[in-house]
Design a protein around this ligand. Structure first.
Ligand code: 6PG
Length: 254
């Protein structure tokens, strides 16, 4: 299992710029090598400047959008037009601004009343649209992730059943701390991606980043479980988010 790559950058704008360059690179390479790129987007505040960069030149023209299949790492179980929706965030900032065929945008149906059935349906979509690993997991070319102050990632929260799930690719769970149902990819899917890129900014995240990178995986630190089976995990951190690290230098490379 490869060590994560850690890149420390001056600020959140630099994190977004580096994430945009890497997203374009992965999409270009996957489209050239297998004719498609399976991309999972993240929610929350951090990816907003990234999505704005990808919707503008040069990335609007550079990324082969006609060969990109867009999915989500997680979703709040709300309607697609709800301000809390990760789908709405990406649609408004990115997907409505690039030439991506509507049939290649795969929203997590979090607003479906039967959450378990909706999670199973999304897992079936992954099985149909993505290549599979040798042990049968859907394999993304790139998964973009963030981390919460409590070290959750996607919608895998500390001490949750979703975090412990190792049989299903997608699950839904009521998250007490968020006071809402969430749907999420599970650890096996996240760890079987070709590339995972974490984007993290701000001092409030520094303790969670240190725990995720420097402590052994445990139920209190969900992001620590995202270690590649045979892919690459990169952490793009601004200086404030990297401040508590003891094993990585200023350049961030171990
Ligand atoms: C979500 C995200 C979640 C997010 C972290 C960080 O649905 O909220 O998928 O995992 O990445 O909570 O959120 P911020 O970027 O807003 O700090």
């Amino acid at each position: 299992m490869r060590e994560p790559e850690v890149v420390v950058l001056p600020d959140s704008a630099a994190v977004a710029a580096e994430a945009a360059a890497r997203t374009a690179d992965v999409c270009g390479r996957a489209a050239a090598s297998r004719g498609a790129c399976a991309l999972a987007l993240s929610g929350g505040e951090t990816p907003k400047p990234l999505y704005a960069l990808l919707a503008a030149e040069p990335y609007r023209s550079r990324i082969p959008w006609g060969r990109v299949e867009v999915f989500w790492g997680d979703e709040r179980c709300v309607p697609p037009d709800d301000p809390r929706s990760n789908y709405r965030l990406a649609h408004d900032l990115l997907l409505s601004k690039v030439p991506l065929p509507a049939g290649q945008i795969h929203r997590m149906p979090g607003d479906t009343r039967d959450h378990a059935a909706a999670a199973n349906a999304y897992a079936e979509t992954l099985r149909r649209r993505l290549p599979a690993t040798a042990d049968g997991w859907p394999r993304f070319d790139l998964i973009l992730l963030g981390i919460g102050d409590n070290a959750h990632t996607a919608s895998l929260f500390p001490r949750s059943a979703a975090l412990r799930e190792r049989a299903r690719a997608v699950v839904a769970e009521y998250v007490e701390s968020a006071k809402m149902w969430r749907m999420t990819l599970t650890v096996p899917v996240l760890t079987h991606a070709v590339e995972v890129v974490f984007m993290v900014s701000g001092a409030a995240k520094a303790p969670a980043v240190r725990a995720a990178l420097e402590e052994p995986p445990n139920d209190e630190v969900p992001a620590a479980f995202i270690r590649p089976a045979d892919g690459r995990v990169t952490w793009l951190l601004d200086s404030a988010a990297a401040a508590d690290l003891t094993r990585y230098g200023r350049s961030g490379r171990a």
